[in-house]
Design a protein around this ligand. Structure first.
Ligand code: ES4
Ligand code: ZN
Length: 319
């Protein structure tokens, strides 16, 4: 039995497996620059975040209809459940779809349909987190936030993702202010490829409750002290960090040092189709490569529920 856990850092578009990508490409008449799923799988070698993002945006263009988004999310939930995930807080990138003519309603209603039956079909509770692409303008993010107003009953929070370097959190100050006024929870990617200062800025300027990745906090001891003191959860993604070369090898991943320092760490899969594994695979990987023992694995799983947006009574049930 895999350890029950919550997944807090998961891009639904990053769960698109090659087989489904080709099936949807055929269904929707989309041309892919690969012969078949096998050839596509061999293209999964990345130099850095940007080289991954190029393929990620290219492939998600097979997603067109509500059914496509529902099928994508349902396939993820089934896989996640099989690896012990009991609760999933799922990112999606509205601008990556609206910019190619897919209405926000299609995306949210399609994902929402799969999420609505997730507890009964898969035993997984869910939340949806709408992410803004930080390499697009703040005006585009604001427009996206305001366009989402009719769907806020389906959306728990906002996040910030895509190419980090050169796009500091403060660029989205007003967007996050409005999100807070709308009652949305706030998270942001920071310190994946960007500097530790972006982590502080996400906390100070955007008011985030969790930091996605946050890996590079280890370069700044004062920042580590603050994150420990305030128990700021970090959603780490070890297999992603190896594939995108944020760390050289899994054996050199700072997760054990981060736990030693007293940071509130969680382990997640990020873009599991691209990075070689789902949530349980990431847990297995840190156990195997880093020698993280049973007790710490249980702590990571417990942290995942504590850092989630579950209400207290739901959380107690999960723990
Ligand atoms: C992402 Cl690994 C990662 N980093 C930033 N943005 C992303 N979007 C999807 N995966
Ligand atoms: Zn991510």
């Amino acid at each position: 039995m895999p350890l029950p856990k919550a997944e807090l850092h998961l891009h639904i578009e990053g769960t698109l497996e090659p087989g489904l990508a080709f099936a949807l490409a055929a269904r929707n008449g989309v041309e892919l620059p690969f012969k078949d799923a096998e050839e596509l799988r061999h293209a999964y070698h990345f130099e850095d975040l940007q080289s991954f993002l190029d393929l990620y945006y290219r492939l998600m263009a097979v997603l067109h209809t509500e059914d496509d988004f529902a099928e994508l999310a349902d396939a993820y939930l089934a896989r996640a459940a099989a690896q012990g995930v009991r609760h999933a807080e799922i990112f999606f990138d509205p601008q990556a779809h609206t910019s190619r003519g897919v209405p926000l309603a299609t995306v949210v209603e399609g994902l929402g349909r799969a999420l609505d039956t997730s507890e009964e079909r898969h035993g997984v509770s869910t939340r949806l987190i709408m992410c803004f692409l930080r390499d697009e303008s703040a005006a585009s993010a604001m427009e996206t936030l305001l366009a989402a107003k009719p769907y806020l009953h389906r959306i728990a929070g906002v996040g910030l993702d895509s190419a980090e370097a050169g796009h500091p959190p403060a660029k989205f100050r007003e967007v996050y202010e409005v999100a807070a006024e709308l009652g949305l929870r706030r998270v942001a990617h920071a310190g994946e490829e960007g500097p530790p200062a972006y982590i502080s800025e996400a906390l100070d300027v955007l008011g985030v409750e969790r930091v996605d990745h946050g890996l590079r906090c280890m370069e700044d001891p004062e920042l580590v002290e603050r994150l420990v003191r305030d128990r700021v959860p970090l959603t780490l993604c070890p297999l992603s960090n190896v594939r995108l070369r944020a760390v050289r090898t899994l054996e050199e991943h700072p997760l054990p040092a981060m736990m030693d320092a007293g940071l509130m760490c969680t382990v997640n899969s990020d873009d599991p189709s691209y990075f070689g594994g789902y949530a349980g695979d990431n847990f297995d990987a840190v156990q195997r490569a880093l020698g993280v023992g049973e007790e710490r694995l249980r702590e990571l799983a417990r942290n995942s529920f504590l850092a989630s947006f579950l209400e207290d009574d739901e959380e107690r049930r999960a723990l």
